[in-house]
Design a protein around this ligand. Structure first.
Ligand code: TRP
Length: 454
């Protein structure tokens, strides 16, 4: 076991890193299309509630395990519950982020590809034709997406191999403020488009008839995904937070930034969608199909400006994806270094190889391997479904049960209240304990069952 572990420099570095993990494709790609599909403002209200009442307690549970033990997922479980089956949870949560990373890297690669296109040729209506066909052609072609997948994963490897402080922390410190700046700029542009008003109203006027059980489950699942819960990423990053840091403040900061970013992304995308006269419920193709179409359409009247916005937009996506992907990468690296005694460099290379192969299979499943199915799903969809619907929720459930029912309550209280010194934390501990023990397991079970039936 490594004798001296690295740490994040301070509170802001820790929050930036955690927010970097949380803010990603989930905020820019998944959140806006889910809002679109599930009915605008009503969805946002349920989403806010599930972030605070469900995801924050789960986030804190994971963070408490990591911060308490100062070890990666596997080591943490071993230390808190020695010789027990809980260490399998540790192992599961080493593997699931690596599966996510494999297909996430493919989408990250597409984003690099689109950035490349926006820098070189741009988007033109005559080439795009139907909204979706250009994207379909792009992902079905075997070599180019593989090349971009390699670039994306290689970029992650490069950052992670430099270490927690001079790699991950430094990258997040530079990138995160930039991401906020960029998304705000895009939002301002989008809000000034003629016809943007309808998009704003859509995001602000709730239609409560849209609050159905499945919308609630979708909102809870989205807040889970967006905060990177259930796969040990938060645990691992929290293990790099200094001993005396206030976990609740870190958690509130992360959730707050993640929410804020998702909302700004919503206000950056929906007004543009309405301005272009497109159905808001376009689904997962929103970013790679609908938006290039919008850029092309606007380009007809103001080519220079729309070209610039397209570049800024894809830069934002690429870097948001990077900050999330390196957090998944780090979970595997921490395991190999701390439990298997590998050097950081070797661990990085090994994970690159494993994820590259699985990611390549995911990438090819849009083209040459499209006929290969696992449980009736293509390889990409299988990895996505397996992780976001099952492994993340299952891991999250086990984490809250572990902290709420298995871990020593005094230890949990001690972590949560900074050894009793934080007065606000002490005052809200009872509420946290209730949410963690009862509401969170129940809610996760509901998401789990809903996903199972879907
Ligand atoms: N939260 C990330 C996003 O919003 C995606 C994500 C899901 C993730 N699960 C994760 C990131 C696990 C890191 C670890 O895009």
């Amino acid at each position: 076991m490594a004798a001296r572990r690295e740490h994040f420099g301070g509170r802001s570095a820790a929050i930036l890193a955690l927010a970097g993990s949380a803010i990603g494709l989930g905020n820019i790609w998944r959140f806006p299309y889910m809002v679109g599909q599930t009915g605008g403002a009503a969805f946002i209200i349920i989403y806010l509630a599930s972030c605070l009442l469900l995801s924050l307690p789960i986030f804190l549970a994971e963070a408490i395990i990591g911060h308490r033990t100062h070890a990666g997922t596997f080591g943490a479980m071993e230390r808190l519950a020695p010789g027990m089956k809980w260490k399998w949870l540790g192992l599961l949560t080493v593997l699931s982020p690596l599966v996510i990373l494999s297909y996430y890297s493919v989408v990250g690669g597409w984003s690099i590809g689109y950035l490349w296109q926006s820098l070189t040729a741009g988007f033109h209506l005559d080439e795009i034709g139907a909204v979706s066909s250009a994207f379909g052609r792009f992902v079905a072609e075997p070599w180019v997406p593989l090349l971009f997948h390699t670039l994306f994963l290689g970029g992650c490897a490069w950052i992670v191999s430099a270490g927690v402080k001079s790699g991950i922390e430094r990258f997040n410190k530079i990138t995160m403020p930039l991401l906020f700046l960029l998304i705000v700029m895009i939002m301002v542009y989008s809000l000034t488009l003629p016809g943007a008003r309808a998009g704003v109203e859509y995001l602000l006027k709730p239609d409560f008839s849209k609050i159905t059980p499945s919308a609630v489950a979708a909102a809870m699942g989205q807040s889970f995904f967006s905060l990177s819960l259930g796969v040990g990423t938060i645990l691992t990053y929290a293990s790099y937070i200094r001993r005396d840091e206030n976990i609740l403040v870190t958690g509130l900061g992360t959730v707050g930034f993640d929410l804020l970013f998702a909302l700004i992304a919503g206000f950056a995308i929906m007004p543009a969608v309405f301005a272009a006269g497109i159905e808001p419920g376009a689904g997962p193709g929103l970013i790679f199909e609908t938006l290039p179409y919008i850029f092309a359409k606007m380009g007809a009247s103001a080519p220079w400006l729309s070209g610039l916005v397209a570049v800024l937009f894809f830069v934002t996506i690429v870097f948001a994806a990077f900050t999330s992907a390196i957090s998944m990468y780090e979970v595997g690296v921490a395991y190999l270094v701390e439990q298997r005694g590998l050097s950081r460099h070797k661990a990085t290379v090994l994970i690159f190889l494993g994820c590259w192969i699985l990611g390549a299979l995911c990438s090819l499943s849009f083209g040459p391997l499209s006929g290969t199915h696992i449980f009736g799903l293509t390889i990409f969809n299988f990895c996505d479904r397996l992780t976001s619907n099952f492994l993340m929720t299952f891991g999250g459930l086990l984490f809250v049960i572990f902290v709420g029912w298995k871990m020593d309550k005094t230890a949990v209280r001690d972590e949560f209240t900074c050894g009793g010194t934080a007065r606000f934390n002490t005052a809200v501990f009872g509420a946290f304990w209730f949410l963690l023990r009862y509401l969170a397991p129940l809610a996760i079970l509901i998401i789990f069952i809903t996903n199972f039936l879907a």
